[in-house]
Design a protein around this ligand. Structure first.
Ligand code: EPZ
Length: 425
């Protein structure tokens, strides 16, 4: 297993380029199951999660071609197994995105329940509710979701997918994908408005789907007989872009992120501006300007898009660990998403947790130490803290971070950070 060794204290300087969005490319890869045509994604990011899902799709009978550039082509034109096993799904929750396409195209699916993850219960009740509203018989048996459609083809339906924590992103995606091949009209109320959902809409429309309401909480789908192949460029990864801007913030440096969509970043940019940072913003780039003083304390509550994203909560907590005052962070999406908190304490942060809220009393400086990554975004937060902690920080189990960031160590080293990837003895 690899780990990162980081020597803290160096300012960063330079430009990084945002890769294609992980949370857009994963459902879009699953959408290839909806057609016997070829789906080509020229700018797929080179991520562990993309490889994991590609392996699952190949095991189901899809033909997958990956190029060195990251470009990927998927064709589901042979005998497709409409089953995803526990071994396959447990590796990555997003595998649940094959459920909707399988039910929509084949009228059958047997997909292992994904189970929880380190930051809490991740139910899929809304995925099942939505597919049932389209006429599928959904049942849970021996740890699997089993779906079958009387007569073999879904019929259009109307459903509200809101949850106590707001809309469900992959739940919206699963029901949307299934509805594209249902007979008649479907309406999804309380749909997630994340940019990644909009990117999936664009891809499905390019494949021949009829969808209205992109970016709104109400998606209207007119089912079609079949979908075809397409070529689709995924949107840039707003969480990766936000993570690199926070790397600039925590080190007080000038860092430019190119190939991103500023409109996907207003909430994190607003939080950073309230923390005292200034920016230059272009059509497809954002540059954070150097800041000598400590960040100002900022209160943040995570929300569905366009609110502050839960996927940047851990990174913001790392930054607020050094604020000149006390900050309050509440995660309304995942109340238990605080695996990074005890590791930040090891670096000298002063943070107290009360349920879904963390109170961060900023300190002058952090001191480097060995820490352990636990999930994708918590890992990123620990790397950010290591960039500024006095002395050396080693971040262990970095396979978590490789799931969602293309070689983050190389990108940060390119900005001047002293970070190297080493192999555990
Ligand atoms: C997506 O997960 C993202 N993953 C997550 O990113 C992200 O944190 C999350 O959305 C929230 O933005 C992908 O897109 C692959 P949800 P998803 O369904 O779809 C509750 C990362 O780091 N809920 O939007 O699984 C749920 O408990 C990952 O890249 C139900 O109650 O999340 C949560 O509180 C981590 N019933 C809220 O909704 C359901 O059936 C949002 O969950 C589904 C969800």
């Amino acid at each position: 297993m690899d780990y990162f060794k980081i020597q803290g204290g160096d300012p960063l300087q330079g430009t990084v380029r945002a890769a294609g969005a992980k949370n857009a490319v994963l459902p879009i890869l699953a959408a290839a199951l909806l057609t016997d045509g070829t789906l080509r994604i020229p700018n797929s990011p080179k991520l562990r999660d993309v490889r994991t899902l590609s392996t699952l799709l190949e095991a189901m009978g899809c033909r997958v071609q990956r190029e060195d550039s990251g470009a990927i082509e998927i064709t589901a034109d042979g005998d497709i197994l409409w089953e995803a096993t526990w071994e396959q799904v447990r590796q990555m929750r997003a595998s649940i995105c094959v459920l909707g396409p399988l039910v929509g195209r084949f009228g059958r699916a047997k997909v292992s329940l994904p189970g929880g993850c380190v930051f809490g219960v991740r139910p899929i009740d809304m995925h099942l509710k939505g597919l049932a509203a389209l006429g599928a018989d959904m049942r849970i048996e021996a740890g699997f979701v089993e779906a079958s459609v009387p007569g073999g083809r879904l019929r259009g339906g109307e459903v509200f997918l809101g949850t106590p924590a707001g809309p469900t992103v992959t739940g919206t995606m699963n029901v949307l994908m299934a509805a594209t091949l249902a007979e008649g009209r479907s309406v999804i109320h309380g749909a997630a408005c994340e940019p990644e959902v909009g990117d999936l809409v664009d891809c499905l429309v390019a494949m021949g789907a009829k969808i209205e309401g992109k970016g709104s909480p109400t998606l209207e789908i007119q089912g079609v007989e079949q979908l075809g192949g397409a070529e689709h460029h995924v949107i840039p990864d707003r969480i990766e872009a936000g993570t690199y801007l926070m790397a600039g913030a925590i080190t007080g440096s000038r860092v430019r992120v190119e190939g991103c969509v500023p409109a996907h970043l207003w909430a994190p940019l607003d939080a950073l501006q309230r923390a005292g940072y200034e920016f230059e913003i272009g059509t497809d780039w954002v540059e954070i300007l150097p800041r000598r003083q400590r960040p100002l304390p900022v209160d943040v509550t995570t929300q569905p898009f366009p609110g502050f994203p839960t996927d940047l909560q851990a990174q913001m907590m790392a930054l607020m660990s050094l604020a000149d005052g006390t900050s309050v962070i509440t995660d309304r999406i995942y109340p238990d998403r605080y695996m990074h908190l005890p590791e930040l304490l090891r670096l000298g942060a002063r943070i107290r947790r009360q349920g879904s809220t963390a109170i961060i009393e900023g300190v002058e400086s952090l001191s480097g130490a060995p820490v352990t990554a636990s999930d994708l975004r918590a890992s990123a937060a620990l790397v950010l803290a290591g960039l500024v902690a006095r002395g050396s920080t080693s971040v262990h189990r970095v396979y978590h971070i490789d799931r969602g960031y293309e070689r983050i160590d190389e990108a940060l080293a390119g900005l001047g950070a002293r970070i190297e990837r080493l192999e555990e003895a």
